[in-house]
Ligand binder design. Sequence first.
Ligand SMILES: Cc1ncc(COP(=O)(O)O)c(C=O)c1O
Length: 362
Amino acid sequence: MVVAQHTIPVAHPIIGEEEIDAVVAVMRSGNLVQGRVVEDFERRFADIIGVRHAVAVSSGTAALHIAMLALGIGPGDEVITTPFSFVATGNAVLYTGARPVFVDIRADDFCIDPDLIESAITSRTRAILPVHLYGQAADMRAIQIIAQRHGLPIIEDAAQAHAASIDGRNVGTFGLGCFSFYATKNVMTAEGGAITTDDDALANRLRMLRAHGAPTRYRHEILGFNYRMTDLHAAIGLVQLNRLEDLTRQRITNADYLNSRIHNVVTPRAKQGRRHVYHQYTIRVRTERDQAARILAECGVGSGVHYPIPIHQQPLYRQLGYVDSLPVAEQASREVLSLPVHPALDRQDLDRIVAAVSRLPG
Ligand SMILES: Cc1ncc(COP(=O)(O)O)c(C=O)c1O
């Protein structure tokens, strides 16, 4: 007889009574849209990251879009980025009228390979956009050297990397930091995003861009958007930010537990000096990934593929004329499989994941 058991989901938003109470309090206040709670959320997030400004917006995609606009990026420009990311990274470049130029990744951290960036720089290059994929920082020291040498700004896609760091320095402080607070992120506001910066002028511009280009009500100086965050969302986020360090430590503890017990497949590793915050715990499955996912599912273990098609090979990008060959990213797309690592897992869940993975071919 097969004993039915619950499936461990690959992602699991943590919502406690405190988040619920905070939302109800905003509802009762009658002030639902962007107001004081958003300001408090921005202040708290800026303090955590270690910057002067956090500008809250409606999504991580919106954060990337207006970060580029604030830097003056537009038609005819190029932005160097990674093909191995959620499609929003490339799309946000397209929104501005600029062209994403994809550079292959490193096999061991899934992030843009700094050794390949310089040969992709042209007279049209306006920025470098690394992604801290799965919660591990890209090699920012190497990227900073290249950016400085060529006078290029850095935009960090830190959507998956709240509180990830390099030698104690948080991501989001190396350039314009773009974060997502989508429901399954390490901390969330249901939907939401933020841009972090020390630059007062850029912060002002970002604040205008998120609200129809208006520095004051009904005075519109530039073409902006409605990318505001609401107080309802910020209320969830404020509670979540209080939990950020605990939630992050739990993810790292879970990943360490899995790493110490899984030996038959390639497991993720934090690189020297980098704090990996394990938004995803992603293994490589060399053969028959679909079958591997089925085996895990039979054992009651959910899994996910992030991402099955690299951005340059997406149908949209094919239509736009992208014919690049980026073998490391393409191989990763065929092999990666993310397992549950979220803070809601208990010891039994972790042991079930280990047992399920031991049934996979190496
Ligand atoms: C790497 C990456 N970039 C950008 C985004 C876009 O964030 P959002 O879904 O909040 O628009 C996401 C989130 O899904 C992401 O994972």
